[in-house]
Design a protein around this ligand. Structure first.
Ligand SMILES: NC(=O)c1ccc[n+]([C@@H]2O[C@H](COP(=O)([O-])OP(=O)(O)OC[C@H]3O[C@@H](n4cnc5c(N)ncnc54)[C@H](O)[C@@H]3O)[C@@H](O)[C@H]2O)c1
Length: 255
């Protein structure tokens, strides 16, 4: 039996072809929701197979969500039958760990586009539909880098701080209309995120300044541990949780 009942609801999960997004899509589907598995990579289809093999409901949407036309079509498709309830803005890319003096335009633009502008496109399209549907829940996957300066480079840090601002503003603006918006802040998670950059270009000087960035955390998390938090935030059991920033970081942010 599902702990958090999401039957009859459609939930979009971006970056669901890998890592936290895939774990989230699988867990959300296990609670009865129909999941739209969005990713730029074809691995979205593997996630769909995993869900349908387990008896769940899912469909893939392969495309670049930082293209506004793709983002709008994704939300329109997800709400084709008027059941859009959830949006998990999880897709994200890392930077090269450079401080502002060394950040290159390409890395800056990519991080801001994928980590911040794409969630805005999706939320802009989703919020009016959620209001029309009687409510909804948006979960933005930020990071320790959304509240701290010592977790990544300038581009990723700025994008994840921005996502928290977008979360809080949306929570306040649309909460009374029934649309909640919360952010989670993973610490270290065992995923493929470092594959989103050319690691031969890592800024070793920047990494050196950041030092032992995980020193305060107990351990890295498994993707399922983040997925469980997302499922809670999507569910009606979290109906009074709005505009919250919730860490799952083994205590890192407590230091
Ligand atoms: N892994 C960590 O330690 C960690 C820590 C804090 C925050 N996060 C955040 O968690 C989220 C998920 O990351 P992950 O660790 O699971 O990484 P991951 O690389 O395993 O998954 C990210 C997914 O996003 C997809 N994606 C990237 N750009 C896209 C685009 N333009 N359109 C559609 N899909 C796109 C990728 O193809 C990939 O499948 C990210 O927002 C990341 O910043 C991760």
């Amino acid at each position: 039996m599902a702990l958090f009942e999401l039957t009859g609801k459609t939930v979009v999960v971006t970056g669901a072809g890998s890592g936290i997004g895939r774990a989230t899509a699988v867990m959300v589907a296990s609670q009865g929701a129909t999941v739209v598995v969005a990713d730029i990579a074809d691995s979205a289809h593997e996630t769909v197979t995993q869900i349908t093999d387990a008896g769940g409901s899912a469909r893939a949407a392969v495309g670049d969500i930082s293209d506004p036309a793709v983002a709008e079509a994704l939300i329109a498709d997800a709400d084709a039958d008027g059941t859009l309830w959830g949006l998990v803005n999880n897709a994200g890319v890392m930077d090269l760990f450079s401080g502002v003096a060394k950040v290159d335009d390409g890395t800056w633009e990519r991080c801001l586009r994928v980590n911040l502008t794409a969630p805005m496109y999706l939320m802009r399209a989703a919020v009016p539909r959620m209001v029309a549907n009687g409510g909804g829940s948006i979960v933005n996957v930020s990071s320790e880098a959304g509240i701290r300066g010592a977790a990544a480079g300038a581009a990723y840090t700025a994008s994840k701080h921005g996502l928290i601002g977008l979360t809080r503003n949306t929570a306040y603006m649309y909460g009374k209309a029934g649309v909640r918006c919360n952010a989670i802040m993973p610490g270290g998670v065992e995923t493929n995120i470092m594959a989103s950059i050319d690691q031969s270009k890592l800024d070793m000087e920047g990494l050196g300044v950041l030092g032992a960035v995980h020193a305060g955390a107990l351990r890295n998390a498994k993707p399922d541990e983040l997925a469980a938090l997302v499922v809670f935030l999507l569910a009606v059991e979290a109906s009074n949780v709005n505009g919250a920033l919730i860490a799952n970081d083994g205590g890192w942010s407590a230091g």
